[in-house]
Design a protein around this ligand. Sequence first.
Ligand code: UDP
Length: 245
Amino acid sequence: MKINVLGVRFDNLTADEALARGAQLLAEPGFHYVVTPNPEFILAAEKDEEFRSILNAADLVLPDGIGVVYSAKLLGTPLKGRCPGIEFAEGMLAHLDNVGGRLFLLGAKPGVAEEAGRRICEKHPGIILCGTHDGYFKEDEPVVQAIQAARPDLLFVCLGAPRQEKWMAAHGPRTGAKLAAGLGGSLDVFAGAVERAPEGWQKLNLEWAYRLKKEPKRIGRMAKLPLVLVKAIKARLTGGMKEDA
Ligand code: UDP
């Protein structure tokens, strides 16, 4: 069952269920992709039909952040909880470690994916890091071919939204990866260049506030969080948006 939040249909799973599904997709033949929309994605998808279709066609659509969870609640169709992309990524890495799988990291500034890969392998010695590439390339084809040659099982695509989702939908199947996940700024976190909020802030659902404290220039982007909540209230009052079967 999916939960429709202002046009984006989310999988209603706990974080553990999302990981179990991710592990399953990794074992199935064919290409699959995961998206982790936050309120900013929802607003962008309202205006960009291609982006919305790509989000809704994903094999897993996970609510990244408390804004999506609150919106779903306001709409009268609550989600089981949030499932931040970075936590999904960490869980999938632990799984890949167990099965001895191959990982390719795509995105972020030059040098970041390599450092993220080095740290990931230090923590998860069972993972085979089969390649990395920065996210500031102009031509797609050489990147697709580099990934294909590296034969990854799991591919992290960290180019920022909506570029990473459009990239996965357009090129993902030709990379040969079994599972790709669009994960925004996660490589910066894995590389140690950006810190996640301390656990206390995370537990209080205030990770967004911590990020704002660290990067005040994000205020414009973050103003989208209350805007999504207001839209959800409006939709509820006008009897729109219900659960999708
Ligand atoms: N990025 C990239 N190529 C680009 C633009 C951005 O690889 O052309 C990277 C950027 O370096 C950062 C990530 O994409 O590591 C996106 O970060 P953003 O803050 O947008 O994502 P969020 O943290 O909000 O998920």
